[in-house]
Design a binder for this molecule. Structure first.
Ligand SMILES: NC(=O)C1=CN([C@@H]2O[C@H](COP(=O)(O)OP(=O)(O)OC[C@H]3O[C@@H](n4cnc5c(N)ncnc54)[C@H](O)[C@@H]3O)[C@@H](O)[C@H]2O)C=CC1
Ligand SMILES: O=C(O)CCC(=O)C(=O)O
Length: 482
């Protein structure tokens, strides 16, 4: 027999049409209606009960831990996150509000106030100032590779897990870069722009095949190594530089220094993350170290290349061409926004010859975006519904095997706490009033995360358990799934 679910209001799930019925603003795609919270603990943040499944089919089948009032879970999706993620969240009954763009800081602060989940891409900066305002936030989903836009440490200290998609758009970036290598070698974009203006300009001077040329890849991770394989298949020689020794694919060769790579490559492509050490990594001395008439491509992060130095190197002819997909400051929305107001050197940049400028589209393919939507969407659901942090970038990785339908009177405790001595003793004293079936705890820097399945817990005792755990001195965030 399934037991009554402790829900104050109607347990009717909102229909799709209800979820998206609020009046749209300029950028709004859909938004949630305001429901009174039926969950007794959700307003006090982080405690989510789960509904036991009907036990008519008792077996060792995994019990789906599903928030008992899923419509309480509010999700804010920014920057045109793929439909695959929307579908996953709506299937769970979560309330989804989405925007095609990122939001200005004041609007973001207002919107983030009540949500449990926020999904972003590369344009939304979740600084400590913004996260400070997130009263109920449990998890951030970066629907991209880079996580430099989120203050990961601050989020962890607030008990907010952050997930990303480590490689679902890597192939798309590598393919774009390979195409750009060919376009630069053949001055293709230049010729195309001339034709659009009615000019026939058939030239071969300074145009070359890429076969036999040397590609220098800086950062031989997911994207760099994928590009390595593609470039070799086109007959290029590949050399790479990375801060860690990495197995060379094909006949690629690792260089011992950045300068060594710069001095040997005909094409240099940058694939490093944004870090203090990679900020301004390519400036005047590095460009000067490159071969006369060589090319540079940056599809990593805007601060990796000093653009004024690149402008000088291209004006002098030392660098024969470049492709940029990323910029120090990028517009928050589509439109005529790539101006000198955004980056002071824009006017100089846009008048350079053989320069391909693209609006941060390296990972923008249908394949990459739907794979990312599914991957990050599922990771978020697993964390919200089951507490598993597998793949989190700022939390210790902790998961427990699922509860089964046979396990009655169980509760799952999810406890984020400061990583100091004595916490587990205190927590286990509280849990010992019940039977601890299994538990797993791990730490990462200043925070630790405990998952425990306890049995012999009645519905009435859950609130008590929750209150006791949240009152422990080093508690950061506690949730209870049931
Ligand atoms: N343009 C776009 O749309 C996209 C841009 N990106 C950017 O590309 C970056 C790289 O992506 P992945 O290859 O997936 O990352 P990854 O983490 O797999 O590889 C990065 C590599 O850079 C190396 N590295 C770190 N610091 C270095 C340094 N100072 N010098 C040399 N190597 C260094 C690392 O050891 C690692 O092997 C991301 O962090 C992101 O910022 C990623 C996806 C799409
Ligand atoms: O597609 C995006 O919005 C961001 C792509 C990117 O730069 C990343 O995945 O790190």
């Amino acid at each position: 027999m399934s037991r009554p679910i402790p829900i104050k209001n109607s347990s009717r799930r909102p229909a799709e049409s209800e979820i998206s019925s609020s009046p749209p603003s300029a950028v709004e795609v859909n938004s949630w209606p305001t429901y009174p919270s039926p969950s007794p603990f959700l307003d006090s943040n982080l405690a989510i009960f789960t509904r036991r499944q009907s036990d008519s089919s008792r077996s060792t089948v995994a019990k789906q831990l599903k928030p008992f009032a899923t419509r309480d879970i509010k999700i804010l999706l920014l920057e045109n996150i793929n439909q695959a993620a929307h579908d996953i969240f709506r299937k769970q009954g979560y309330q989804v509000e989405s925007f095609n763009t990122s939001l200005p800081v004041d609007q973001l602060i207002e919107k983030i106030h009540d949500v449990h989940v926020i999904g972003i891409r590369s344009k939304t900066n979740l600084t400590s100032q913004i996260l400070q305002n997130a009263r109920n936030l449990v998890v951030v989903g970066c629907f991209c590779i880079g996580t430099n836009q989120v203050n990961l440490e601050f989020a962890a200290k607030k008990g907010i897990a952050v997930f990303n998609s480590p490689f679902s758009n890597s192939r798309s970036v590598a393919e774009l870069v390979l195409a750009e290598i060919v376009c630069l070698a053949r001055q293709l974009c230049e010729r195309s722009m001339e034709m659009h203006q009615g000019t026939w300009n058939k030239v071969s001077a300074h145009c070359s095949e890429i076969r036999g040329k040397t590609l220098g890849i800086v950062g031989y991770g997911h994207i760099g190594s994928q590009l390595s394989v593609l470039a070799e298949s086109m007959g290029m020689k590949v050399i790479y530089y990375d801060v860690v020794p990495l197995m060379a694919l094909g006949t690629a060769k690792q260089m011992t220094s950045l300068n060594c790579l710069l001095s040997l490559a005909d094409f240099v492509s940058l694939h490093v993350p944004e870090l203090a050490e990679t900020t301004n990594m390519i400036g005047q001395p590095e460009l000067a170290a490159m071969q006369q008439g060589s090319y540079i491509i940056n599809a990593s992060r805007g601060h990796v290349v000093q653009i004024p130095a690149l402008i000088d190197a291209m004006k002098s002819g030392h660098i024969a061409g470049a492709a940029l997909d990323v910029y120090p400051n990028e517009p928050v929305a589509n439109g005529p926004l790539f101006t000198s107001q955004l980056n002071s050197w824009t006017e100089d940049l846009v008048h350079l010859k053989n320069l391909i400028l693209s609006p941060h589209i390296g990972g923008s393919t249908e394949e990459a975006q739907s794979a990312i939507g599914a991957e990050v969407g599922e990771a978020i659901v697993r964390y919200v519904n089951e507490g598993a942090t597998t793949g989190a970038v700022n939390f210790p990785e902790v998961r427990l095997r699922p509860l089964t339908l046979e396990e009655d009177n169980h509760a799952r405790v999810l406890h984020v706490h400061q990583n100091v001595p004595g916490v587990l003793r205190t927590v286990n004293e509280i849990l010992s009033e019940h039977n601890v079936d299994k538990q797993f705890s791990d730490s990462r820097g200043p925070i630790a995360y405990l998952m425990a399945d306890v049995s012999n817990v009645s519905t009435n005792e859950i609130e008590n358990l929750y209150k006791k755990l949240t009152a422990t001195p080093y508690n950061i965030a506690t949730r209870l799934l049931y």
